[in-house]
Design a binder for this molecule. Structure first.
Ligand code: PDD
Length: 279
């Protein structure tokens, strides 16, 4: 595999990052994951817009121009022969003597790698996911896409220990925030799609934005508001969205099957629309 590190395209074994990089020492960095279908980046402009917002919130600058960053993404897709899969991109504040204050004049680190992955023909999309709910232990700026991912990683491990596929994280008031690495939705028995509104409590998903606009175009009813675990367990169906899962049905929440326990029609239809519009 070829990876990109600070201006160089290298075999992964030869790539190096400083021990003093603040991404490594302090999770002082942000990232984006963009999906690739038929060799093309999906919604790259959306990912760039969110990246700039994340950087601005942390007083970090873009290390390269927009055009350069897009060219780097494209070359990574080409050099690694990615027809279907993901491009991971990370920007950290760079290397500096360890200090809680941001260092002055540090050079940001820019790293990219790719992953081949069958996104369209996915077993999870066919069978649906079983999720467990867990307390959301993350910080209060979940709208910034930082590389500090230990809390969702712990939640996912706890869900797996229960034999489940993923975790839905729940805030102090009992409302679902999002999945470990995806946005969470339910479909009420009346057919309304419900997903938490945008705020600092959740990541503003790029797939979420596209899927909600497709849903509204298809005359589906959408409500952006918090929902509880009990409301979710009583829903007709549920699903998640992300760059790596597109739209994937959820068929069980904390052991309670939704509907007939099979992927629901709204989730299946939105997945079809999303894939058709993205390729
Ligand atoms: N995760 N919420 C969280 C906490 C996420 O980490 C992600 C993405 C999403 C969905 O965002 P988008 O639709 O822009 O992918 C929501 C990526 C895929 C990851 O960490 O691998």
């Amino acid at each position: 595999r070829i990876v990109y590190v600070n201006g160089e395209y290298l075999p992964e074994e030869e790539a190096k990052i400083s021990v003093f990089d603040r991404g490594f020492l302090m999770a002082d960095g942000v990232y984006e994951v963009t999906s690739v279908l038929e060799g093309r980046l999906v919604d790259f402009a959306g990912h760039m817009a969110r990246l700039k917002r994340s950087l601005a919130e942390l007083d970090m600058a873009m290390p390269v121009t927009d055009a350069e960053l897009e060219a780097i993404h494209r070359r990574m897709v080409a050099d690694n022969g990615i027809e279907e899969g993901l491009v991971y991109m990370q920007i950290t504040r760079g290397a500096a003597d360890r200090d809680f204050a941001y260092p002055e004049g540090a050079t940001p680190s820019l790293v990219l790698f790719t992953q081949k992955k069958a996104l369209i023909d996915s077993a999870a999309a066919k069978a649906g996911l079983r999720v467990a709910t867990l307390p959301d232990l993350r910080w209060k700026r979940r709208d910034i896409k930082t590389v500090q991912l230990l809390a969702p990683s712990m939640a996912k491990m706890a869900a797996k220990a229960q034999g489940k596929d993923d975790a839905w994280m729940v805030d102090e008031d009992g409302f679902v925030t999002e999945g470990s690495s995806n946005n969470a939705y339910i479909v009420t028995k009346a057919g309304t799609i419900v997903t938490r509104h945008l705020s600092n409590d959740i990541l503003h998903g790029i797939t979420r934005k596209a899927v909600l606009s497709f849903a509204r175009e298809a005359q589906m009813k959408v409500e952006e508001r918090p929902f509880t675990v009990a409301e979710a367990q009583d829903a007709a169906e549920a699903f998640i969205t992300s760059a790596s899962s597109f739209v994937t049905p959820v068929v069980e929440i904390d052991g309670t099957a939704l509907g007939d326990g099979a992927p629901g029609p709204v989730a299946r239809r939105l997945r079809e629309i999303y894939v058709a519009e993205s390729r």
